[in-house]
Design a protein around this ligand. Structure first.
Ligand code: ADP
Ligand code: ZN
Length: 220
């Protein structure tokens, strides 16, 4: 089953994707994590991508699309995957349809997470990530057991560069509205969309929502 996660920055998209991946066994493919790993290792792809990422802009398709195509051809993604961060534009969605169609596959489910805007900015500022195992924490909503240390692997947590830069935060939210939100309609038209609200104001966070999604997937 090929599942896409949609949702603005700070909705808890990566957290939900991780929980679904754990329960279903489908690999979580996060384009942001792949880019950050390449930046850390100073690969050619990383150096190029960082020019865009540090400003909060999208990395061009010439770099992003082949990277995703490659990753999807790995053995562990043969029967399904959870795409977290791709597609982000209509053009990327069309490319993805083409890539999957080549092996007789398609997008089976799109989870659209929505969160009130005022909560999003706060969540990006309070987000902390593990540079080693990629787990995500939040100093307010789900802090690690030991302050500043990853629960899973003991590594020191860090704040992403683009989460500590207010201009990059605003730029990313703007791009989401303009380029990514049209995907909601694109997938609604294909009858694969499922929308979920995640918000502290109604006490619905990633754990509850993920559980419902996993039950839904298993019932299909
Ligand atoms: P966020 O959703 O909070 O921006 P991600 O970890 O998903 O974080 O992505 C980090 C950055 O990586 C994005 O701001 C963008 O520059 C780049 N990126 C990730 N996925 C894509 C994509 N599908 N197309 C273009 N750029 C991407
Ligand atoms: Zn870790």
């Amino acid at each position: 089953m090929y599942i896409i996660m949609l949702g603005a920055q700070g909705t808890g998209k990566g957290t939900v994707a991780g929980l679904i991946s754990k329960e279903t066994g489908f690999p979580q493919i996060s384009t942001g994590d792949i880019f950050r790993q390449n930046i850390k290792e100073k690969t050619e792809l990383g150096i190029e991508a960082d020019k865009y990422i540090s400003q909060g802009n999208l990395v061009p398709d010439e770099i992003t699309v082949p990277m995703v195509t490659n990753r999807l051809s790995d053995k562990d993604a043969e029967n399904g995957a959870i795409l977290d961060g791709f597609p982000r534009t209509i053009e990327q969605a069309q490319k993805l349809d083409e890539i999957l169609a080549k092996s007789g596959k398609k997008v089976d489910l799109v989870i659209n997470l929505t969160t009130p805007r005022e909560e999003l900015i706060d969540r990006m500022i309070t987000r902390r990530v593990c540079p080693k195992c990629k787990a995500t924490f939040n100093t307010k909503l789900h802090p690690p057991k030991v302050d500043g240390i990853c629960d899973n692997c003991g590594e020191t947590l860090v704040q992403r560069e683009d989460d500590s830069n207010p201009e990059a935060i605003n730029r990313r939210l703007e791009i989401y509205e303009e380029k990514t939100s049209p995907l909601v309609e694109y997938y609604a038209d294909k009858n694969v969309l499922r929308t979920e609200v995640i918000s502290t104001s109604i006490n619905r966070l990633a754990d509850v929502v993920s559980k419902e999604i996993v039950e839904f997937i298993k019932s299909k």
